[in-house]
Design a protein around this ligand. Structure first.
Ligand SMILES: [Zn+2]
Length: 137
């Protein structure tokens, strides 16, 4: 069974277009300087529509994580167990990502990580956290 694919909206289109080009971006309000937690058409702080996308370093810290032993949908059943993490990025916004490979067995709250764009193997690109050593684990 095919796993779900992202469905960009008008507000998230720029984010997903950047992902297709292997770049993680985030939205900033040009009027008040606040970072939007997810891309939107109007700033949640000052209601300005002067919003822009900026590149993220991908550097962050594991805020929390969990290991899924039951698939949310049948499409993920063959991938169990898998690790999902919430990462606070240094630019001031969180991203939900998965963790695979050797690092998935070692992940801990407070770990320094690098969030990168990866092809999950079926042509769909998503975010994945790696240990901040620079090694692909
Ligand atoms: Zn604003």
């Amino acid at each position: 069974m095919q796993r779900p694919v992202p469905k960009p909206s008008a507000e998230t289109r720029a984010f997903w277009d950047a992902i297709e080009h292997d770049a993680l971006t985030y939205q900033v309000c040009e009027a008040c300087g606040k970072v939007a937690t997810y891309p939107r058409g109007v700033c949640g702080h000052c209601h300005s529509t002067r919003l822009s996308m900026r590149p993220s370093s991908g550097r962050g810290v594991i805020k929390t994580w969990t290991r899924a032993h039951r698939a949310a949908t049948p499409a993920f059943k063959d991938h169990l167990p898998y690790v999902i993490a919430l990462v606070d990025l240094e630019e001031g916004f969180p991203v939900m990502t998965n963790v695979t490979g050797v690092y998935a067995g070692q992940v801990a709250i407070g770990d320094a990580v690098e969030v990168r764009v990866v092809d999950r193997g079926d042509g769909v690109k998503l975010l994945q956290a790696f240990a901040a050593t620079g090694a692909m684990v």
